[in-house]
Design a protein around this ligand. Structure first.
Ligand SMILES: [Zn+2]
Length: 337
């Protein structure tokens, strides 16, 4: 299989950005053949469905493959573009925010519960009706932030539902202690991990639409501790696509020896679990300009060496600037078998 280069853009920009014609040419020269349009962002359409349909048609006319990219849960803080204070980050009033082990609300992340799944599934159906055949969910789809701790949503409803399901009468603090490794509470911790993994797996199951392939982007080193069971998701969604987790989106972390090791081990760990399913890279520059064009090329070379054939360029909602596209256009070796 040949190498495919992917990128994500807003449908609004496809239709209205004065420079988009030139952007299209830069992306084409850089070898991008697959463009993903921003879809459902934590409870609202990033662009109206009519706009998405028109933007998709424009990209098809330009010879691109298209997909839709949703952010189902939302990231903590403004992880889309910290330079843009106008981004809407709040969740719809009928959704619940995720709660951390210490009882604090995690802004702006959603608890994965039936109402948010229902509304995300409805959006997915709409995208399939527009004609999209591929739908990726960004790596905010998890039960907690990056790190070695066992995470989960500790909101009152989640704790009630966990105690009902397990028959264990536990407080938030009890569960937090089990997650922190308290002796004698290993079974509670294991049950909590299963409970949280089932939330993400059921999100993937419920938002799957016939005729549209779904995918999940996995966070760097993301696994069951964060509610992500690649094995369970493969069972629930047999044609699921996966994006590996890489992090190291800036020069400093990417260039350090420990960063290189950490990036490689996360990619290898995820690829081993993903198996034969389609696997995509996390070729991200974030925040704007944080990873130089030269280092982005180095990162993609590394991803290629590790066996990735779908290179997914990402940069939050900021459009990669011209030097990146030039560097990509000049790096012919990225496309070699
Ligand atoms: Zn919750």
């Amino acid at each position: 299989m040949a190498v495919t280069m992917h990128y994500s853009v807003s449908a609004k920009d496809v239709l209205n950005h004065p420079d988009f014609g030139r952007r299209l040419q830069m992306m084409k020269k850089a070898g991008v053949t697959s463009l993903w349009l921003y879809g459902y962002f934590y409870g609202r359409h990033e662009s109206a469905p009519e706009t998405l349909a028109l933007a998709r048609q424009r990209l098809l006319n330009e010879g691109f493959e298209t997909g839709v990219l949703s952010l189902p849960v939302g990231h903590p803080g403004n992880s889309l573009d910290p330079t843009n204070p106008d981004l809407e980050l709040a969740l719809p009033p009928e959704w619940r925010y995720r709660v951390c082990a210490d009882g604090k609300t995690e802004y702006y992340c959603a608890c994965v519960e039936p109402e948010m799944i229902r509304s995300s599934a409805e959006a997915a159906k709409l995208y399939a009706q527009i004609g999209f055949t591929r739908h990726f969910f960004d790596d905010d789809l998890r039960m907690g932030g990056w790190g070695n701790e066992v995470r989960g949503c500790f909101c009152d409803d989640c704790i009630r539902s966990f105690t009902e399901k397990t028959g264990l009468h536990l407080t938030r603090n009890d569960i937090a202690q089990a997650c922190a490794g308290k002796a004698g509470m290993e079974d509670v911790c294991a049950a909590w991990i299963r409970f949280n993994c089932e939330k993400i797996t059921s999100f993937m199951r419920e938002t799957r639409v016939p005729g549209m392939q779904s995918g999940i982007m996995v966070m760097h080193n993301g696994d069951e501790r964060h509610g992500i069971s690649i094995t369970d998701i493969k069972q629930a969604v047999p044609d699921c696509m996966f994006r590996v987790g890489e992090l190291h989106f800036d020069d400093q972390s990417f260039c350090s020896a420990s960063g290189q090791r950490s990036l490689q081990s996360s990619v290898q760990k995820h690829l081993a679990l993903i198996g034969d399913h389609p696997a995509f890279s996390e070729s991200t520059v974030f925040p704007a300009n944080a990873l130089s064009p030269e280092n982005l090329i180095r990162k993609i070379r590394l991803e290629r060496q590790l066996g990735l054939k779908n290179i997914f360029l990402m940069s939050g909602t900021w459009f990669l600037s011209e030097p990146y596209w030039k560097a990509l256009a000049e790096a012919d070796d990225l496309f070699e078998e």
